[in-house]
Design a protein around this ligand. Structure first.
Ligand code: NAD
Length: 487
C-alpha cells in the first residue's frame, strides 16, 4: 500500500479502509492508497509552510534550475510513469507517453518563465522616492486534480505555482493517484516539503485542505458540482481559487471543409481518451448540404478505431475509468434513442470483452438540443450530430450551453472564422485543429466552465500576489496634514 508523501518522506497510517486502485481494463485491484484524514492534511500543511520559508527565499534562477532537474528526472521515467497511468486510468499507453512528455515540457516552460518574470517600477510621487510593484508568491497552494489527465492537470498547477515561489500540496483523484505518487522520485531534488502528495477522498482530505487556515490558494480541476462547493468554501474564507470545470464543447463543420479531414477531426475530438476530455467535442453541428457525406465519412472512420486494453500498442480506444462513467454514457445514449435519435454506429458495449469498462465509439444522428446527450457532459466516446442551415444558426446552436470551455470550427472562410471566434463565448477556440494545447496559450473556461486560467503567462500570474512598495530614501519631516499630489 502506498503512503502519503509529506515533507520529503513517505508517511501516514491506515486508520480507515484503504482505497483500492482498479485497472479499468481488467477490473482487478492492483494497488491500494491511504484514505487520508484531517491529521494527514495538517501534517502536509505544516510541511508546506515550513518549506515555503526556504523556497521563497531562493532566487528565481535557482528555482528554475531545480524545475529543469524535475523535468530531467521525469523524462528519464517516461515509460514507467506512462504505464502506471494506463494501469490506473485505462488511457492508451501512446496517449500517456504523450502526457508525460507534455508534463516535461510544461516544467521546462515554467522554469524559464519564472526566472524571467518581473514586477515593475512606477512613477513616484516625489523625486526622492521609489515606487515598485512586486509579484510575490501566496504561500501554500492546494492542487486538486481529476482522474482523466492526472499528471498533466497536476503539472499545469504545480509547475507555475512553484516557479512563482509557492509550495504545494497535491490531492490527486482517488481513481488515479499512483502516477502522481511516483513523481515523488522527481520532486526529491526540491527542498523537503516544497511538494507534498496526500491521497484520499475529496470530502475528507480535499475538504480539510481547502478549509485549512494555513493554505492560501486552491487550484481545482474537476466537475462543476465539486467546483461550486469549493468556490463557496473559498469565498467564505476570502481564499484565492482557480476553477477548471466541465464543458459541452460544440464542433461546427462548414460546407467549405474537406469532408474527410473534418470527419477524422470530429472522431478525434469526440473519442480521444474514450471521450473523457473536458474539451471533448460533445455537440457536432454540420451544414445540411454536406451532412450525408460527412456522416458517412465519420461512421466509416469510427469503424476503424481499435478498442482494447490501453497497454496494447495497437489500441486507439481504451476502457472508461469506471463502470459508473460508462453507465452515464449508456443512459445518455438510451435517452436520446428513446426520443428519436438514430444510432449510426456503436451505441453499446463491444462484444468479446469479459472484463473492462469498454464502450464503442458512437455516432448519433437526428438528435435535438434538449436531449441529455446535447445538454449534460457525457464524457464518453459519443458524437451526437445535428444539422444546421446557415452560419448564424450554427453560432446560435454553439452558444446554447451553460458551459464555455472550448469550441471548434472547421472552415476555410476567414470571415466565418472571425465571426466565430469573436462571438462564441469559450476560453479556447480551435479553428481547423481541435484539442491542441500550447504551454504558452492560456487555457480555461468562461461561463460555468470556470474561473482563472492555466498555462501561459496568465497561468503563472494566478499564483502571484501584487504588492506596491513606496519608499522614500530621505527621512523628511512632514507637516501634520499634506495634500495628495495629483498634478
Ligand atoms: P470530480 O469533481 O469528481 O473530482 C475532482 C477532484 O476533486 C478529485 O480529486 C476529488 O477527490 C476532489 N473532490 C471531490 N469532492 C471534493 C470536495 N468536497 N472538496 C475538495 N475536493 C473534492 O471530477 P472528476 O470526476 O475526477 O473529473 C471529471 C470532471 O473534471 C469533468 O466534469 C471534466 O469536465 C472536468 N475536467 C475539467 C478540466 C478543465 O481543465 N476544465 C480538465 C479535466 C477534467
Amino acid at each position: 500500500m502506498k503512503q502519503h508523501w509529506i515533507g520529503g518522506a513517505w508517511m501516514g497510517q491506515a486508520i480507515r479502509e484503504p482505497i483500492d486502485i482498479i485497472n479499468p481494463a481488467t477490473e482487478e485491484v492492483f494497488e491500494q492508497v491511504l484514505d487520508g484524514s484531517r491529521a494527514d492534511a495538517d501534517a502536509a500543511v505544516v510541511a508546506a509552510n515550513k518549506a515555503f520559508g526556504v523556497w521563497r527565499r531562493m532566487t528565481a534562477v535557482s528555482r528554475g534550475e531545480l524545475l529543469h532537474e524535475v523535468a530531467d528526472r521525469l523524462k528519464a521515467r517516461t515509460e514507467e510513469i506512462a504505464r502506471l497511468l494506463t494501469m490506473e486510468g485505462g488511457k492508451p499507453l501512446r496517449e500517456n507517453l504523450d502526457e508525460v512528455g507534455w508534463c516535461v515540457a510544461c516544467f521546462r516552460y515554467y522554469a524559464e518563465l519564472g526566472r524571467n518574470s518581473r514586477g515593475r517600477v512606477i512613477p513616484s510621487i516625489e523625486s526622492t522616492q521609489l515606487s515598485m510593484v512586486l509579484k510575490e508568491p501566496y504561500g501554500v497552494v492546494v492542487c486538486i486534480v481529476p482522474y482523466n489527465y492526472p499528471l498533466l492537470l497536476m503539472v499545469w498547477k504545480v509547475a507555475p505555482a512553484l516557479a512563482a515561489g509557492n509550495t504545494v500540496i497535491i490531492k490527486p483523484s482517488s481513481i488515479t493517484p499512483l502516477a502522481t505518487l511516483a513523481l515523488s522520485a522527481c520532486f526529491e531534488v526540491l527542498p523537503p516539503g516544497t511538494v507534498n502528495i496526500v491521497t484520499g477522498s475529496g470530502e475528507a482530505i480535499g475538504h480539510a485542505l481547502v478549509t485549512h487556515p494555513d493554505t492560501h490558494v486552491v487550484a481545482f480541476t474537476g466537475s462543476a458540482g465539486t467546483g461550486r462547493k469549493i468556490a463557496c468554501l473559498c469565498a467564505e474564507r476570502f481564499k484565492k481559487v482557480t476553477l477548471e470545470l466541465g464543458g459541452k464543447d460544440p464542433f461546427v463543420v462548414c460546407e467549405d471543409s474537406d469532408i474527410n479531414v473534418a470527419a477524422r477531426a470530429v472522431a478525434w475530438a469526440a473519442c480521444l481518451n474514450a471521450g473523457q476530455v473536458c474539451t471533448s467535442s460533445e455537440r457536432i453541428y454540420v451544414q445540411r448540404t454536406i451532412a450525408d457525406r460527412f456522416l458517412e465519412a465519420l461512421v466509416n472512420f469510427m469503424g476503424t478505431l481499435r478498442i482494447g486494453p490501453g497497454i496494447e500498442p495497437s489500441t486507439d480506444i481504451g476502457p472508461l475509468a469506471r463502470d459508473r462513467y460508462r453507465r452515464n454514457v449508456e443512459e445518455h445514449v438510451e435517452e436520446a434513442r428513446k426520443r428519436g435519435a438514430v444510432v449510426l454506429t456503436g451505441g453499446k458495449r463491444p462484444a468479446g470483452f469479459q472484463k473492462g469498462y469498454y464502450y464503442e465509439p458512437t455516432v448519433l444522428a437526428n438528435v435535438t438540443s434538449s436531449m441529455r446527450v446535447m445538454t449534460e457532459e457525457t464524457f464518453g466516446p459519443v458524437a451526437p450530430v445535428m444539422v444546421y442551415d446557415d452560419f448564424d444558426e450554427a453560432i446560435r446552436l454553439a452558444q446554447g450551453t451553460q458551459y464555455g470551455l472550448g469550441a471548434v470550427l472547421f472552415t476555410r472562410d476567414a470571415l466565418k472564422a472571425k465571426t466565430f471566434f469573436e462571438e462564441v463565448k469559450a476560453g479556447t477556440i480551435w479553428i481547423n485543429d481541435p484539442l491542441t494545447d500550447n504551454d504558452a496559450g492560456p487555457f480555461g473556461g468562461m461561463k460555468m466552465s470556470g474561473l482563472g486560467r492555466e498555462l501561459g503567462l496568465e497561468g503563472l500570474e494566478e499564483f502571484m500576489e501584487t504588492k506596491h512598495v513606496h519608499w522614500d530614501f530621505v527621512q523628511q519631516e512632514k507637516p501634520w496634514w499634506y495634500p495628495y499630489k495629483r498634478e
